[in-house]
Design a protein around this ligand. Structure first.
Ligand SMILES: Cc1ncc(COP(=O)(O)O)c(C=O)c1O
Length: 445
């Protein structure tokens, strides 16, 4: 441990109540906030009371060295994925010797500019669009914000059609537009399995106003897939602008932007083993909009600010790898999902799958609800303590799961008796891990 300092536990009485007197350290190198000696781990795990009472301590002062020493199972790949070592290899030169500003006209700048343009070409080839239609951004959130604001401010959309189960990057953006009164928002009805009701979409599109339809291709919580081609055809029929948040599908499916008639698409590198903080906005060549950020002329005046060079290189490499491995990985991951789903539904009473798990659904996401009781209330938290990383709705400050806006919308608000858990997978997960998770769930539920 470098540059570490230690504080006696007595100086933090609320901590020392839970732990024996000892040393707690801060490790700058590990980026941790507080480290507890490894020998204290059994105490954390053994004492439920302690764990629950001092949740904030555990959450906010999570000791990375303990985590590093624990065997963990990562089933939260819809939140983010690990960086592929081959992606890191591609990024490394741009984190080290090739550091030039791509806007500089001398050789340092030219070599990094070339790297960005070659990344753009590679992404365009994979998505079957023109390189000029690909704009690199900081991620899914920025891409969706840019598209939605542009549709209203630059393309004259006065009506936005969306769904109540979109990601907050979309929902909060359209809510802010609705609050300002620049456009009116309509939310689509959902079917029993949480799919968008396309008849309702057509009814709403039949109005006269210039409309933006913003719908995600795959739902990040329940995995439901949108009939994106059918939606694009309806939008074309009624002259609507169509934005699709494809953050959970780009890098997970072959996407052909010549087949899907869409005006804007959002993507994020960290969902397919690329780096965080980099994304893409596809803008159809027929569309002319103003940038969200004002400043330099980067990204052909569409996205000001010095480019995230190594991120862009990593994004393109990750997408290439994801598509090369698609057949093999998607098959393996789909098998894992269906295995875990069967094991859970066979072994736990009252469990229900949220969304359309065995129908039109993302192969990387499985969302199930356990009946709410004293034990299941703390399920997410107890799984974390057992080294199993999953996600639920949003965790409230007591550590108990609260139900997310997606699950609430799916069950028309009648979801308070459920504890939803989202398991989401990557190429690195195995059936053996699924078995371990099942064994642990049997203890915890
Ligand atoms: C469906 C969806 N849209 C948008 C986002 C936001 O992407 P980012 O974190 O890259 O801004 C996410 C990330 O969780 C997502 O899952």
């Amino acid at each position: 441990m470098t540059e570490a300092f230690f504080i006696e536990s007595q100086s933090l009485p609320w901590i020392s109540e839970g732990f024996p007197a000892g040393k707690y350290g801060y490790d700058e190198a590990a980026g941790s906030e507080l480290i507890i000696g490894f020998n204290y781990l059994p105490i954390c795990l053994a004492s439920q009371t302690f764990v629950i009472c001092t949740l904030n301590f555990l959450v906010y002062f999570c000791p990375p060295k303990l985590y590093a020493a624990m065997r963990r199972i990562y089933f939260d790949n819809a939140a983010t994925t690990s960086l592929d070592p081959e992606v890191l290899d591609a990024m490394m030169p741009y984190l080290t010797e090739k550091f030039g500003n791509p806007s500089s006209i001398y050789s340092y700048g030219r070599e990094t500019k070339m790297a960005i343009e070659s990344a753009r070409k590679s992404v365009a080839r994979i998505l079957n669009c023109a390189p000029g239609e690909v704009f690199f951004t900081s991620g899914g959130t920025e891409s969706s914000n840019t598209a939605i604001h542009a549709a209203v401010n630059d393309l004259g959309c006065r009506h936005i059609i969306s769904s109540p189960i979109e990601h907050h990057a979309t929902l909060h953006t359209i809510e802010s537009i609705a609050q300002k009164g620049t456009a009116q928002v309509s939310y689509l009805r959902l079917t029993d399995k949480g799919h968008i009701d396309l008849n309702h979409l057509e009814e709403l599109l039949a109005g006269n106003e210039k409309t933006l339809v913003t719908l995600m291709h795959a739902n990040n919580e329940i995995g439901n897939l949108l009939k994106v081609k059918a939606v694009s055809e309806l939008c074309e029929k009624y002259g609507a602008i169509f934005h699709s948040d494809m953050v959970q599908t780009i890098g997970h499916y072959p996407i052909d932007l010549q087949t899907i008639k869409v005006h804007f698409v959002s993507a994020a590198g960290h969902k397919f083993h690329g780096p965080k903080g980099v994304g893409m906005l596809y803008i159809h060549e027929s569309i002319s909009i103003k940038p969200l950020l004002n400043g330099g002329a980067q990204e052909r005046n569409m996205r000001a600010g010095t480019e995230n060079l190594y991120g862009i290189v990593g994004f393109a490499r990750a997408l290439e790898l994801a598509m090369q491995r698609y057949e093999e990985d998607s098959k393996k991951i789909a098998e894992l999902k269906s295995y875990l789903c069967k094991q859970i539904t066979d072994h736990f009473e009252g469990v229900r799958c949220n969304g359309d798990a065995d129908g039109s659904s993302l192969y990387t996401v499985l969302n199930v609800s356990f009946p709410r009781n004293e034990k299941s209330e703390m399920l997410m938290f107890n799984l974390d303590m057992a080294g199993i990383c999953v996600s639920g709705g949003s965790a409230c400050s007591s550590g108990a799961s609260s139900v997310s806006h997606v699950i609430k919308a799916l069950y028309n608000g009648q979801s308070e008796n459920m504890v939803p858990i989202r398991f989401s997978f990557s190429r690195h997960n195995t059936l053996a891990e699924a078995d371990e998770v099942i064994a642990k769930l049997k203890e915890l539920v």
